[in-house]
Ligand binder design. Sequence first.
Ligand code: 9MJ
Length: 621
Amino acid sequence: MSPSPAERAEALRRQIDEAGTAYHERDEQLIPDAEYDRLVRELEALERDHPELAVADSPTQRVGGKASSRFAEVRHAVPMLSLGNAFSDEEVQDFVRRISERLRRDALYFSAEPKLDGLAISLRYENGRFVQGATRGDGSTGEDVSANLRQIAVIPQELQGAGWPDVLEVRGEVYMARADFEAYNAQARLHDGKVLANPRNAAAGSLRQLDPKMSARRKLSFYAYGTGQVEDGDLPPTHSATLAQLRAWGFPVSELCQVVEGSAGLLAYYRDIGERRDGLAFDIDGVVYKLDDRAGQETMGFVSRAPRWAIAHKFPAQEQTTTVEAIEIQIGRTGAATPVARLNPVAVAGVIVSNATLHNADQIQRLDVRVGDTVIVRRAGDVIPEVVSVIAERRPAGTTPWQMPAQCPVCGSEIVREEGEAVWRCSGELSCPAQRKEAIAHFASRRAMDIDGLGGKYIETLVDAGIVRSVADLYRLTRDQLLHLKLVLDADTPEALAAQIGLHLPPEGSGDYLRAILQLDGSDAGWRAKALAMPTAFAWNTRKIATRWADNLIAAIDASRDTTLERLLFALGIENVGENTSKGLSTWFGDLELIRHLPWPLFKRVPDIGGEVARSLGHFF
Ligand code: 9MJ
C-alpha cells in the first residue's frame, strides 16, 4: 500500500532534516545535492496540494541549518536568505515573466553570476574595518567565525578607497579553489591520510575549525556577491554597480558576473558558463540571476525564505546515488590492477553510468566501499565516473570489506605491490592476455605505430583466438584472416553471422538450433577461431566493406614497418619510457641494436634518464 500524503510528508521531512542537519552542522553529506533538492521539491508540491499538511517547522520554511553551539551566535540584522531553484528553461522563463508582470516592464536587466559551491558568509565592516564575520546558520542567526575568516588572505581587513557606509555588511561565498583542494589532499595523504571529500566540505569544515591555525592550513578563497546591513552611507542603485563598488573597496568579485537582458540573455549565459564549467578554477553548481535594479527588487520582495527577484539555475546533477553490484579488477598495459565498481545503471548529467573507477586499493580502503553499498557517483566533463563516497546509513547487513584478490582474474598470476607504491600489479607481464591486449593497442595507437583500423575489439579477438601473441605477430597477419575476423565480429546476431558464413540454421527453438547457436556463441573464443577458418559464401556488400577494411589494415601494418626509431621505442610500451625519453634515446644512440645490447647502467648517461628508467630499459631488453 502506498503511504498517505501525511505519511509521505512526514517521511520526507525526516529525511530532509537528517540530511540538512548532517550537512549544516557536521559538514557531512548523506545524500547528493540533487537528491536533496528532489526531496524538498516533492515536499513543497505535497504541501501545495495539501495545505493542511504544511507545518511551521517544515524544512520548506527554513534556510540552512541552525547555529551550532561551539561558536558565539550572531544575529543577522538583515536576514541571510537562500535562493529558489530553477532546473529548466521553462522555470527561468516563468521567473522572468512573474517579474515582468508585477513590474509592468518588458525590458528587464539581470546580473548573472556563477553559483559557487561553498559556504555563505556575512562580513561586517564598521568605519572601514572588518569587525565580525558569520556563517548563514538558519538565516537569522549564524556563527561567529571571525577568527577563521581573518586567515583568508583575500578578505580585506581594511577597506580600500573611500566613500563606504559607516556600517557595511558584505555577503559572499567562502570556497576552496580546486588546485588548493588537490594540494591540501596531496599533503594530507603524505601526513595523516585524512583527505577531504570535496572542496565544499573542505571550505565548510575549515571555517568551522575551532583552532584558527587549522583553518589557516587550508587555503580558502572568497567571492562577494551582495550586501546585508548598510548604515550611514549609500550604495549604487543597481546590483551590478554595487558589485563594481565592492571590487573597488577591495573585495574579490567574480569576473564571470555579467549584465544580461531577458530570459534569452539568461539562458545564453547559462549555456556559456555550462561550457566553461570544467575549466574554471573552482566548483560551481549553477548560475544565479538577480534583477539588477534595487527599486525593482524592493517591489518584488520575498516569499518565506527567498527573494522573488533572484533565482539559482542549477546545472544537471553531476552526482547521483546508486548501488554497487560488484567490484572487479581491470588490468592495464603495465599490469596496474585498477578496481572498478559495477553499478546499478544510473543517469548522471544525461549519461548512463554503469561503471565507476575506484582508482586503487588505497582509495577503496579509505572509502570502505563494499559490494551492496549505496554510493555517490560523480561524472564531471570527460573524466571517468568515480565513486565519491559511501552512504554508511544505507549499508545492508552482512557486507565485508573489499580486498585486492591475490591472483590476476585474467591470467592467474600473483598480484603484487612493490614497497612504497600505491598500485598493485599483475606480475604476469606479457604472459597476461589483458596486458598483452593493452600492449598491442598501445603499439598500434596513433602516436606510436599509427596502425589505423586495428580497434580494441579486433585486438581482443586476435589475442583470444591465439592468432596474435605479440606485436611481431601483427606483421604475419594475412588479408584473409583479417577479412574473416571482420565478418565474424561485425555480425551482431547469430542469424546474421550464420548467413554470412553460409551456415543454415535449423528452426528456432529446436535442439539443433540451440546446438548451432552454441557453436556461434560469442562468449567462447573457440568458435571465433573456428569461424575464422571456415570457408564461406558471404553477402556481397558486407564482404566488400570487410575487404576494404582488411586491405587498408594490411597496408597500414606494412606502412608501419617504415617508422622512426623514436616512435618504435615509444610503441614498445617499456615502463617509464614515454615519448620524450624515446626521443632522447633515439637521438643519443640512433640504432635499435645498440640500445638492445647496452648494459643498463649506461642508459643513465643520457640526459634526463635516471636510475628507474635505465632499469626499466634493462629489464625490457
Ligand atoms: C553563490 N552561491 O555563488 C548568491 N551565490 O544571493 C551568488 N549566492 C545569493 N549569489 C542571494 N552568486 C542569496 C544568495
